[in-house]
Design a protein around this ligand. Sequence first.
Ligand code: FES
Length: 82
Amino acid sequence: MVTFAKSGQQLLWDSSAGSLLDFAETHGIQVNSGCRSGGCGSCQTTIQSGEVAYDNAPDFDPEPGSCLLCVCKPKANVTLEA
Ligand code: FES
């Protein structure tokens, strides 16, 4: 389950979505983005609870407690500030 706190949406993760950025956009949730490949940090979002996973370590190093939506997926239930 993915919760977008600011948008007030709670959605069941769909692994075919690819990344949390694509997933958010598919559901009309406004998130910043740029490179969409883990390099610029535009999509950095605070993780309020839960954990995410990266297939490959991104080039941009997200701040502790944040994630790069364009290259991560939920590991378990996650609440994001978006
Ligand atoms: S959009 Fe550039 S790091 Fe996610």
